[in-house]
Design a binder for this molecule. Structure first.
Ligand code: RB5
Length: 147
């Protein structure tokens, strides 16, 4: 599976940890930055990853900022993106099972490395349930067309 990954400075260290973990586990990861702890603006990296996922070039994306809040708000502005900010195994598995989230967001200042790996595993390994959840996602897609 091809996964695009990105962060701002607040998520940089966690991005490096998650990237190494994904590589160890055989995923094809492309890092779209940032590439140091120097201060940058999270919408720039949210846009890079979200556009790659929305276009279908990458099946999924993972984004991190200090809290995961700004970068998830930003990614959700791109049509077709369902970015979910997750803090634990349960929210990550439900983001996949119920919301079919195509981007996972986490906070580098709020989530430790081991929890982050657990979140990534839960999100990547939980299938979308479909059914009533597909109807709800179709309503979200309709909202995007009304913009
Ligand atoms: C950057 O200092 C910080 O605001 C950012 O990483 C993020 O937490 C925003 O939501």
């Amino acid at each position: 599976m091809k996964i695009a990954i990105g962060s701002d400075h607040g998520g940089f260290q966690l991005k490096e940890t998650v990237k190494a973990y994904l590589n160890e586990n055989g995923y094809d990861v492309e890092d779209l930055g940032c590439f140091s702890s120097e201060s940058v603006d999270y919408p720039d990296f949210a846009l890079k990853v979200a556009e790659k996922v929305a276009s279908g070039e990458f099946e999924k994306g993972i984004l991190m900022c200090g809290t995961g809040i700004g970068i998830s708000i930003s990614a959700n502005k791109v049509k077709g993106i369902r970015a979910a900010l997750c803090h634990d195994h349960l929210t990550a598995s439900l983001a996949a099972r119920h919301n079919n989230a195509n981007i996972l967001c986490m906070g580098g200042r709020t989530t430790g490395p081991e929890t982050a790996k657990d979140i990534v595993d839960a999100w990547l390994n939980t299938p979308f349930e479909g059914g009533r959840h597909s109807r709800r996602l179709a309503k979200i897609a309709e909202m995007e067309c009304k913009k």
